[in-house]
Design a protein around this ligand. Sequence first.
Ligand code: DX5
Ligand code: ZN
Length: 245
Amino acid sequence: MDKGSIKLAPSILSADFAHLGEQVAEAERAGADRIHVDIMDGHFVPNITMGAPIVKSLRAVTGLPLEMHMMISDPDFFLSDFVEAGSDSFLVHWEGNNNLHRTVQRIKALGKRAGVAINPATQPTVLEEILPDVDQVLVMTVNPGFGHQPFIHNTLPKIRRVGHMIERINPECELEVDGGIDEVTAQLTVDAGANVLVAGSSIFGASGGVCVAMQRLRVAINSSRIILRSGQPFHSKKEYLCNLE
Ligand code: DX5
Ligand code: ZN
């Protein structure tokens, strides 16, 4: 995998909402590839976040693609509102959607990119039938609903399996990961085959600001040779930093 082609998608869930426009502009200046917007309804996940009006405001201040992560019970019902507000792509969950193929076709009929997300406890085989129809797959590396949760390490073999399925069925499809992505796990997930990384708290909550945080992630992505030299996966930031010394 060419490390230069790894995309970063800052998740605004951890941004300072009183200064959202500035935070997104900073991420754009720092080389963000898209902005990840977590839509939650308090039903599909135990948290409530934002709706189309915020997307409309974001559309006015950034040229970056706006990616909607739909953690809501009835995504179909809201698609056109979000498209009108300026959304470019939709990640919809396999879980709880009895008509996933229909949802994906609706997104495409609206002229937008479609992706399917799976939770940590969901088997990757559920993607098999829908893979030819999607532009992205999102493997959740935490349980959806909140930022700042620890990365679930046993999602790594699943990322590998999804990567192989993508190669076989739809090589153009992106393999995205979301949850607990920092300098250590960015590396691990890229080594497992991910090529789009969503990161919230490690970008917007970081000391030193958005730009420095994104540079740190890029450096981590580009140093996978250091990881490979050890021949071992890392399980903590301390272990990773020790290896750098
Ligand atoms: C969680 C969301 C994530 C969240 C990630 O349900 O889907 O996009 O913002 O936050 P971090 O990067 O802090 O784990
Ligand atoms: Zn998300």
